[in-house]
Design a binder for this molecule. Structure first.
Ligand SMILES: *Cc1c(COP(=O)(O)O)cnc(C)c1O
Length: 386
């Protein structure tokens, strides 16, 4: 019997060790990890520079309150500001909290009440971010939700063009919907979101919790489309597994969050900041990101070439190392077969196999994963035909 709330469908596997893209379970079996803690372990498991930085900080001081100067926080904030072109950072402990900060900031800054988000989006599990999430299955049993949110169809610029109203504080959007099925936003749609924000005097909030920190081959995914967000949020990959989130905003917003308006006991503590700093110094490097781009482009091309002709595969989609293989049928069974063959992947929506390998994955490991995917999806197909 378990003493835990059963909030997760847990596999009967315990991962007890990890190095790079490889993990080992308690029976000694090893796997190629294309889940990476759900886009968290972007530098793979136990990355040396992050381990060193956290160890060094462990020997100094673990936690001090935000009532004191924390120079590591200033340094980590500077890295995020320089990489995003934005100006100020608020640190918290998760993606949902980063989005909470964004929602509060947008409402207080504009004095308006409503926030638009999109169907199939995912923004978190707290009350406000669950309300921001455009998925009924996540709302079920928790109503009434916060009235601030309205959901528009994603990738539909016509519906968006018709939106009007003086009470809209912000539009909140993912550049590629992650949990919703690895749905890349079309550039024309994303530009329309930006244009609509300008027209309405609303803030553009881009949720980069999954797409950010190098995942798509750029520091942040909006940079592929030349967008100019007012606020972005980051978390998952930000601390290489150390729980941390960040809300990053434009300078015009800075004075809206004066002392006493928002805060977090743990947010930005020295241990977390040591992890963030070492993570970002490694990832926000042109050579590193160019490597991610070229490895992932080749991998996506091979996946398309080898898998798309198969009748069970609808489409290979995504960018960088955020990849979805959309099947004609449910993905659950294929994910299990892949796991039995030593490759860990996860679903996104009912029909999509999601691949989120560490950004440090090697070409040999990508080759190995490709082989398992081809073999497994084809074997599964033969099975289904019989
Ligand atoms: C995972 C995720 C969140 C929530 O992050 P938590 O750290 O689980 O609170 C929010 N937005 C997006 C896009 C995500 O993928």
């Amino acid at each position: 019997m378990s003493y835990l709330f059963p909030t997760y469908n847990r596999l009967d596997i315990e991962l007890v060790a990890g190095k790079g893209a490889k993990v080992k379970d308690s029976t000694g079996r090893s796997y190629l990890d294309f889940i990476a803690g759900i886009a968290v372990c972007n530098l793979g498991h136990s990355p040396v520079p992050v381990k060193k930085a956290v160890e060094e900080q462990l020997n100094k001081v673990w936690h001090v309150s935000n009532l004191f100067q924390i120079s590591q926080q200033e340094q980590a904030a500077k890295l995020l500001a320089l990489a995003s072109g934005l100006d100020a950072v608020f640190f918290c402990n998760s993606g949902a909290e980063a989005n909470e900060a964004a929602i509060k900031l947008a409402k207080k800054h504009t004095g308006k009440t409503k926030i638009l988000s999109f169907k199939q989006s995912f923004h978190g599990r707290t009350f406000a971010t669950m309300s921001a999430t455009g998925q009924e299955k996540i709302h079920s049993g928790f109503g009434p939700l916060l009235p601030a949110f309205e959901y528009l169809p994603y990738n539909d610029e016509d519906t968006l063009a018709k939106v009007d109203g003086e009470d809209i504080a912000a539009i909140m959007v993912e550049v590629i919907q992650g949990e919703g099925g690895v749905n890349p936003g079309k550039e024309t749609f994303l530009k329309e979101v930006e244009k609509k924000c300008e027209e309405l005097g609303a803030l553009l909030i881009i949720d980069e919790v999954q797409t950010g920190i190098g995942r798509t081959g750029a520091p942040f995914a909006y940079q592929h489309h030349g967008l100019n967000p007012d606020i972005i949020t980051a978390a998952k990959g930000l601390g290489s597994g150390f729980p941390v989130g960040a809300m990053i905003g434009r300078k015009e917003l800075v004075s809206t969050f004066s002392p006493g308006t928002h805060g977090s006991t743990f947010g930005g503590n020295p241990l977390a900041m040591a992890a963030v700093k070492a993570t970002l110094e490694t990832i926000f490097d042109d050579d590193f990101l160019n490597g991610v781009k070229s490895k992932s482009d080749t991998f996506i091309r091979s996946l398309k070439e080898k898998l798309e002709p198969s009748p069970s595969v609808k489409e290979v989609k995504g960018k960088g190392f955020m990849i979805g293989i959309e099947l004609e049928t449910e993905a659950k069974e294929s994910i299990e077969l892949l796991r039995n063959s030593g490759l860990l992947t996860l679903p996104a929506g009912p029909n999509v196999i999601r691949l989120l390998p560490p950004l440090t994955v090697t070409e040999a490991e990508l080759e190995e994963a490709l082989g398992i995917l081809i073999e497994t999806l084809q074997a599964h197909e033969t099975e289904a035909v019989r």
